[in-house]
Design a protein around this ligand. Structure first.
Ligand SMILES: Cc1cc2nc3c(=O)[nH]c(=O)nc-3n(C[C@H](O)[C@H](O)[C@H](O)COP(=O)(O)OP(=O)(O)OC[C@H]3O[C@@H](n4cnc5c(N)ncnc54)[C@H](O)[C@@H]3O)c2cc1C
Length: 472
């Protein structure tokens, strides 16, 4: 009898795994994806409104992605995969500076006190000590970068993005989010002539076209994709997952139960552990209760003008403005059905229950417009449309004890012989799409033709995932 592999979540990780497995001729299995939203793509999806393709926040395919992964995406998208020059700006100390950073631009546009501070911190580095220990993101960055970069850039940005003071964020975060964790490394990065950092790939029809192409190929190869489907139970016995139960959220199908030979999950690990029947031990559920995600309110504006600015993305690290980024999709790809209109996507980090989440749509749009004015980006044209989307689990939060709690869950999940948990929300990894695809390909390679797990191999891949560093 043919075996069944189920994959929870049809974001890039789930879709890429489905494709990897479907392409393996020696694997005689049915592959089913279960996705709770009515569309696939997860955070990497796109949608149309007023004739404009919008993404869920600023997304680009970094040119420094693994070559094999880039080649695969190129083979699906062909000429639709555009190669663009990066053209962003960062708002620092009340001025705009080009991003990616350029040495001359920094010298001419940063306040002299900022530059003097960086020089002083660099000279004083040999005298900084780790005597009190490096317990947090704040400690790690203060030691490696000094006060100026921390207090004027990294700390306010961390507080805005993750809603935590830098001293309550795990030191691990410094490794994963700050690629050049010393002034020397940052300067080398800024001065480097690495062309791959100054360009990026972007699909003609929005970032979601990447996942759209994965979905299309998975369908052609016989994969079954159930959208608008909510998994409500994972039935297990003696360390083996036996079946899953899911129901369709659009009311078209009632609850169905399917036997499964192997279950892969890319959904938030905190949701996954609550689906097991019988329930997992209380210690595992308690650990999950302590893990939090940061949300993101996306405020979309459709403006009656051809172009708002020529820049693809503006970055706002400082805390006095509520948004962290503003992107203009038509500067990524000129794909629009309607002339004389452009769109903006404004990213406002928030936590469920805070004032941003409680604000009405009109109030949030007003807050955004007020702060855009403060940053010198007043909207002077007519606003044709505005709307909001909330990404509930946008960023896994790395609090001081997050990894300890995750370990409790991870150790327990690894006792199941036919379960693999991975992806951004599964392993709590701050990643890029190429990392999500790499995790998926690795997961696929650890599922044997007999539908069992090569656990040793998976453990070695897991160590590699710990080295991922996010590209911004
Ligand atoms: C604002 C923002 C900007 C980003 N910009 C970039 C960028 O420029 N370049 C880049 O490479 N990466 C970027 N990323 C990262 C990128 O989005 C992730 O690497 C990628 O989406 C991770 O893929 P995933 O499949 O692991 O998770 P997700 O994309 O989160 O997919 C998970 C899927 O699981 C589904 N799901 C959740 N719960 C359930 C459930 N109970 N049952 C069934 N399905 C469920 C979700 O609906 C979703 O479809 C950005 C991320 C954010 C938040």
């Amino acid at each position: 009898m043919r075996k069944n592999i189920h994959i929870l979540g049809a974001g890039p990780a789930g879709l890429a795994l489905a494709l990897r497995l479907l392409k393996r001729a020696s694997l005689d299995c049915d592959i089913s994806l279960i996705e709770k939203e009515p569309f696939t793509g997860g955070l990497c999806g796109s949608f149309s409104r007023s004739g404009i393709r919008f993404d869920y926040g600023s997304h680009r395919l970094h040119a420094c992605s693994d070559k094999g992964i880039l080649d695969e995406i190129k083979s699906y998208l062909g000429d639709d995969l555009l190669l663009n020059k990066r053209n962003g700006r960062i708002y620092l100390s009340g001025r705009f500076v080009r991003f990616p950073l350029k040495p001359a631009d920094l010298l001419f546009h940063l306040p002299p006190s900022f530059i003097a501070g960086i020089i002083r911190d660099t000279l004083l580095k040999p005298f900084r000590s780790k005597k009190g220990g490096v317990h947090s993101y704040g400690d790690a960055l203060l030691y490696s970068l000094g006060k100026t970069m921390c207090e004027r850039f990294y700390f306010p940005y961390a507080e805005k993005l993750w809603g935590l003071t830098p001293f309550k964020i795990s030191a691990d975060q410094a490794k994963r989010r700050v690629a050049g964790a010393s002034i020397g490394k940052i300067m080398r990065k800024i001065c480097s002539k690495n062309d791959r950092k100054s360009v990026f790939y972007y699909p003609k029809n929005g970032f979601g076209q990447i996942c759209g192409s994965f979905e299309k190929h998975a369908n052609e190869l016989g994969g079954r994709i159930h959208v608008s489907s909510d998994v409500h139970s994972i039935l297990h016995s003696e360390g083996h997952i036996q079946s899953i139960r899911f129901r369709s959220l659009d009311g078209k199908e009632s609850s169905v139960e399917q036997n499964t030979d192997f279950l892969c999950s890319t959904i938030p690990v905190t949701s996954l552990v609550r689906l097991f029947q019988p329930s997992l031990p209380q210690s595992v559920l308690d650990a999950a209760d302590k893990i939090r995600f940061r949300s993101l309110a996306l405020v979309y504006l459709v403006l009656r003008t051809d172009q708002f600015t020529p820049f693809d993305t503006h970055y706002f690290p400082e805390k006095n403005l509520i948004f962290s980024r503003i992107s203009e999709p038509l500067n990524f790809s000129q794909c629009s059905d309607r002339k004389g209109l452009t769109g903006l996507c404004v990213e406002v980090p928030c936590s469920l229950g805070d004032s941003v989440c409680h604000a009405s749509e009109g109030e949030l749009v007003s807050m955004v417009l007020d702060d855009m004015k403060k940053a010198g980006l007043s909207v002077r044209c007519e606003i044709e449309d505005s709307f909001i989307r909330i990404l509930k689990d946008a960023y896994p939060l790395y609090e001081l004890d997050t990894m300890r709690n995750f370990k409790v869950i991870d150790n327990h999940l690894s006792t199941f012989s036919n379960l693999l948990n991975f992806g951004r929300q599964g392993l709590l990894i701050h990643d890029n799409i190429h990392h999500a695809i790499e995790m998926a390909n690795s997961a696929g390679d650890c599922i044997t033709d007999k539908c069992s797990l090569d656990a040793l191999r998976w453990r070695s891949f897991r160590r590699r995932f710990e080295e991922f560093v996010v590209e911004d």
